[in-house]
Design a protein around this ligand. Structure first.
Ligand SMILES: [Zn+2]
Length: 312
């Protein structure tokens, strides 16, 4: 009898090794689209595919908008893309108007650029019963001096913004322009090669971030993953979903991820570098992260990116 109860208890209780698992919030920067060329049909297509894919997998997501991009192409269609995101149930955040860095602008000019970046999205979200809440720093650059950093943070707080950190990323931006180039040239072999390289790199990088999170906090954590609003991610969404599943990463909303107490760790980093938050925290906590296995994207991707990128 006793033994029986014991066995039942063993069966009901989760085994010692069981864990709830890590989770991840998917965040897409540079809406209404990051593409090599300013082609409205291409951007429309990329967004439609991405939104379809996210809906198909039942993934929540948030898109971070540069309203300056609206004027780069057809204003009506660019705005309609943002409406598509909200209508599909996704959230939007502010990513500044012109994708500038506090390394280049004064705190005053930088925050003016943030304010300029909410003219379309604030009323758009409100018309759907939502409130503009989230801010994402372009390049993850938060201010080169303590004064500038805290001035910007104080402004954000004053304007009821919450900072959206990044604790997982896969350098997707570096793969996306070579990918756009291959797609535009209809070079199917190259398209397939870049996709394979991108997915292998993502798989590898996620392993490292999960190791790093565990090294910092000694437990499962909720990650916030930086991706971009690109044709590459739209085309790879099923493969990305497989990778997340293999890594035991359940997809949650940004709000849910941010409920992880890890995000209350102070970000004490001051400097010009665009660091993700695990790195920022590790410096504040004086803990080394296991980045020894870190590798940059493949050489051919780096070379192609450098050749194609005229932006920065
Ligand atoms: Zn960006």
């Amino acid at each position: 009898m006793h033994k029986h109860v014991f066995l039942a208890a063993l069966l009901l209780a989760p085994p010692l090794s069981a864990r709830a698992g890590d989770t991840v919030a998917l965040t897409f920067d540079d809406l209404p689209g990051l593409t090599l060329h300013n082609s409205q049909p291409y951007v429309n297509d990329a967004n439609a595919r991405l939104l379809d894919g996210l809906k198909r997998h039942g993934f929540p997501a948030i898109g971070f908008v540069n309203e300056g991009k609206i004027a780069d192409m057809d204003r009506t269609q660019q705005t309609a893309l943002l409406e598509d995101w909200v209508a599909a149930g996704f959230d939007l955040g502010n990513h500044t108007y012109s994708h500038e860095s506090p390394n280049k602008l004064s705190a005053r000019a930088y925050t003016a650029d943030i304010l300029k970046g909410e003219r379309v999205i604030r009323p758009l979200l409100e018309s759907h019963g939502k409130t503009l809440t989230w801010f994402r720093y372009p390049y993850l650059e938060t201010g080169p001096t303590k004064k500038k950093k805290t001035d910007i943070e104080a402004w954000l707080k004053d304007h009821n913004y919450r900072i959206a950190p990044v604790t997982m990323e896969n350098s997707d931006w570096m793969f996306s322009e070579p990918y756009d180039d291959a797609v535009t040239r209809k070079n199917a072999r190259r398209v397939a090669k870049i996709r394979a390289e991108y997915l292998a790199y993502t798989d590898r990088t996620l392993t490292l971030y999960q190791k790093a999170g565990r090294a910092l906090f000694g437990r499962d954590m909720a990650y916030v993953m930086l991706l971009h609003d690109t044709r590459l991610n739209a085309d790879c969404i099923d493969d990305l979903a497989d990778i997340l599943k293999r890594h035991d990463l359940g997809v949650v909303t940004l709000e849910q991820a941010m409920a992880d107490p890890a995000y209350q760790t102070p970000d004490t980093y001051v400097g010009k570098d665009g660091l993700e938050w695990l790195e920022r925290w590790s410096r504040g906590l004086n803990k080394d992260l296991p980045w020894d296995d870190f590798k940059d994207p493949p050489k051919d991707i780096q070379t192609a990116y450098t050749r194609l990128d005229t932006d920065r």
